[in-house]
Write a protein of this length. Sequence first.
Lengths: 436, 436
Amino acid sequence: MAKLNTSTPSGFPEFSVAEQRVVRHWKKIIAEVFEKHGFPLIETPLVERTENFTAKGGNPKEIYVLDRLHADSADQNPAKSRAIRFDHTVPLALFVARHFNELAFPFRRSVIGPVMRGERAQKGRFRQFDQCDIDVIGNGSLSLANDAQMVVIIAEIFAKLMPEQKFVIRINNRKILTAFFAGFQQDPSEFKKILDFIDNLEKNPDAKLAGAPIEFQERILEFVEMSGTNDEILENLAKFLDDEDFQNGVAELREVVSYLRQMGVAEENFQIDLRIARGLDYYTGTVYEMNLLNADGTLNTALGSICSGGRYDDLAGIFTGKSLPGVGISIGLTRLLWQLFDAKIIEPQKSATSDAIILFRSPELLSKALEVGRKSREILGISVENYFEPKKIQKQFAYAEKMGIPVRIIVGEKDIVVEAKEGFEDLKEKIEGVFG
Amino acid sequence: MAKLNTSTPSGFPEFSVAEQRVVRHWKKIIAEVFEKHGFPLIETPLVERTENFTAKGGNPKEIYVLDRLHADSADQNPAKSRAIRFDHTVPLALFVARHFNELAFPFRRSVIGPVMRGERAQKGRFRQFDQCDIDVIGNGSLSLANDAQMVVIIAEIFAKLMPEQKFVIRINNRKILTAFFAGFQQDPSEFKKILDFIDNLEKNPDAKLAGAPIEFQERILEFVEMSGTNDEILENLAKFLDDEDFQNGVAELREVVSYLRQMGVAEENFQIDLRIARGLDYYTGTVYEMNLLNADGTLNTALGSICSGGRYDDLAGIFTGKSLPGVGISIGLTRLLWQLFDAKIIEPQKSATSDAIILFRSPELLSKALEVGRKSREILGISVENYFEPKKIQKQFAYAEKMGIPVRIIVGEKDIVVEAKEGFEDLKEKIEGVFG
């Protein structure tokens, strides 16, 4: 028989055991903060009707559809009629349509789970990856305080996960951009080109906007390069263009900044940045992008954007026939962690999830060791492994060492000895208090 | 434009908001108990090379493969060469093969996540469903204490999730069955028919074993109907057949029962039952099935088996070329919860994940309300929502009511009033202590 190729398919990543401990820790903290702010986890199917994805602008080249290895009569669906989600936003819109009457609005939900995109696989780009999203959907209207809340939550998560790491959440408002463009470009369908041009400026500062008059291009650069404190930029914007739509966008941005301060986000963690455009068509107001900062305070451009999102005024409308404004933000977790491991900004977690392990000096002591394990779990409430295999004590120690378990409880015929690595003396004492 | 069909595709279920709160709670408890016993969560890709699934006996009619809606040159894989996992066991074997040198043996891992099977969709049968598995894989050998540990963990999980619910984990050993069959049936490839016959006896007590001599069928019935306490059955088995292989199986079963007692599993929660066969080819020793009990102590057969598993001596061998005995157990979570909701054994959780909500009497008080929210989260460490929308206080109360949030903190111009539902007076007092 030909040898099987057991490697993961290209684009479908798998973390090592030590890396997975970090993944687990991050997901736990992210879910905790989401829930603490009133965003319960809601799961939707991985699979939906293909037509609902293409109706919401999914790229047909990137959409994966389901087929069966050997179809039979049980499968009565036309080919390619079932597809795998490529984000969590379309499934959210479908969930809202399906459960509309059950929901209290504003409806908040979080999700942590995989999506798939048939992109060309390359270093750090995956075809399956976890996204962690929060969204809030209003019925008819939705306060701008919700736009600020997204920033509060993201800032809290990263302060917990990477307490030493400086970061900034850059914010902008699409109303400001589109009103500004409209003065030069009468065809709104051309706005996307300008948005892409701005999106691209960070990577290619010398790029040119094809087909645009030079004075427009210069004015765009003058605009996006506006810098200073948040208040200085807001002041400049108030004078930059005397246009109602433009100033409505400025007023929204000012209101979001005001909420951010009232909600206690540190000034260093958010920054108005007019270059943030977010190419996606459906954003209509606030847009965000978060970046890590280098030690000198500059943007870590190598890592790119850590999370992003924005306000969309009509995502679920096509499915519900109702006006349902929403705002959301998303952490691209798999890609982010992959990059953080790759850049050695965070290290895989070598120590085990178990606080302690129980070893036994000879096979007939297993019974006693099992009792010690049971008591440790019940009385101390700690995570304790029992070693079960009737192997020499040296082998048992080698296992504990390889697993990185910091405390070892060694069951002998006459005594129970507790050994702990540096920093775990307290736990050692607690255990000795029970078995000493 | 034709109206879109937004319903979930057949076989791809979605729980309501109230049901999802239960799903979340169950997953949290299950993960906690898994980790407490030294089984860290390890995630593997949803997608593997199709050949690795078919090599391990996946049913080709049930295997879903990936295709792209519009293929392009980026996709260079042959059609149907990538498939979606139908269980967590084959991905585990692949993970072990891929990370062999990194692992400490016995290698323990848990997983909670979706799998897909292209079964005919019917009431309570799904094409995508979550399974919660634990497995331990030894290198060369693996103590039977591991077989007992599976039962300990499952019993602990259900004692936490359904404290009032009686249940039993029925155990058997495949060595006993196969040695017994071998006395009548020389062709081991026929064993599967007998196993299926036994598996089926619970549903069809009058079924006949096609093609078997009547004395064999009678002897099977005499065998599987052996009843009594665990010790009585073990005693009967010791006398039932004087055959070395048979008695080896009995000795294993006896050893597992002995460990179960040493590990503190209540006698009422496990029962030797010789009808438990588990049709799957790869089980070679201990097998389990768990059932809920009715109030009168009989098996709840309407619900069927809640979780199941067993010992397999060579699951990863085909991928690694090594002898890697393992034992595992699996909770079919989606199907189980669907049935428990359907039978009203558990109720969807109506109350919100938030402990409290902050309402405000007039729009200009939002700023004060935001500060109260921030302080509540920081000082009290509770899960607090802020209501953000500038709506009348009655509308705000209606939202809190629909969400089932038990404590409301109402911010007025001159005071902060706390209201609590019955049973939440302590939290009310705590909050008043901060803002009173």
